[in-house]
Design a protein around this ligand. Structure first.
Ligand SMILES: C[S@@+](CC[C@H](N)C(=O)[O-])C[C@H]1O[C@@H](n2cnc3c(N)ncnc32)[C@H](O)[C@@H]1O
Length: 231
């Protein structure tokens, strides 16, 4: 039977489902730490859709000086994230406690409050019916002009003769990672997700107030972008 992602099995199952998941947070934090605004000591950084805390753990480890705000509407995810950070002794580390908020980014009213932001595997779950635009607009608004967002998301590939091979490879990755029902898992994973292509993403981020997205990494259909808020 295909696994259902819940707050309690999330960390194990997501690593079996998503190629490169173990490196996503590390890479996302490294990219933001090299950005013009968030490279400064004590920068304010937003983690939008923090889930069980992967990006927060990595941020605390790489940049203990960052002032972190962690936001997620799901209280169960926030609880797991807080426990993980506390277990690692990282919640109150160095520059101060993390500012935890149970909320969507759209509800967060913090204009130009952040030097940088991370959003990993969140946009993909929002429908392209205005919800994606509202999410991206809220993120752009929360950043100072010139601030960058590292956006990691499942993308819809352009039709290509290699697509069938990519899908086979994804199944192979999941089986090799220990998922016994890989085909069902891939199917279940795609239910409720709304991946878009690069042209649509570009149009949405431009409308939201960002410059064109710069692709910085890709593992099968999971892609990482750097987005800069227009000055
Ligand atoms: C697939 S999880 C990713 C969690 C984490 N970033 C990671 O990579 O492991 C997506 C998270 O986004 C949160 N989320 C969904 N809609 C959101 C929104 N509008 N604003 C902020 N977080 C949201 C969900 O509650 C969930 O915890």
């Amino acid at each position: 039977m295909a696994p259902t992602l819940t707050h309690s099995n999330y960390d194990l199952v997501v690593q079996q489902l998503i190629p490169g998941y173990a490196s996503l947070a590390r890479l996302a934090v490294s990219l933001l730490a090299a950005s013009p605004l968030a490279s400064a000591t004590g920068s304010a950084v937003l983690v939008a859709g923090c889930g069980t805390g992967a990006e927060l753990l990595e941020a605390r480890s790489q940049r203990p000086d960052w002032q972190l705000t962690a936001i997620d509407p799901a209280v169960e995810m926030l609880t797991v994230a807080r426990q993980r950070l506390a277990q690692d002794g990282l919640d109150g580390a160095a520059a101060g406690a993390i500012n935890w908020r149970q909320s969507t980014i759209e509800e967060l009213d913090a204009p130009a409050a952040f030097d940088g932001a991370l959003s990993v595997l969140v946009l993909q779950s929002l429908a392209d019916d205005g919800a994606k635009l509202a999410f991206l607009t809220a993120l752009a608004r929360s950043l100072r002009p010139g601030g960058q967002l590292v956006l990691v998301d499942l993308m819809r590939s352009e039709r290509s003769p290699l697509q069938a091979q990519v899908e086979q490879a994804w199944l192979g990755f999941q089986r090799a990672s220990g998922l016994t029902a890989a085909a069902e898992a891939l199917d279940a994973l795609s239910q409720g997700l709304h991946p878009i292509g690069l042209a649509r993403l570009t149009s949405l981020v431009n409308a939201a107030g960002f410059c064109d997205p710069a692709l910085v990494f890709k593992a099968l259909d999971v892609e990482g972008f750097l987005l800069q808020r227009r000055a």
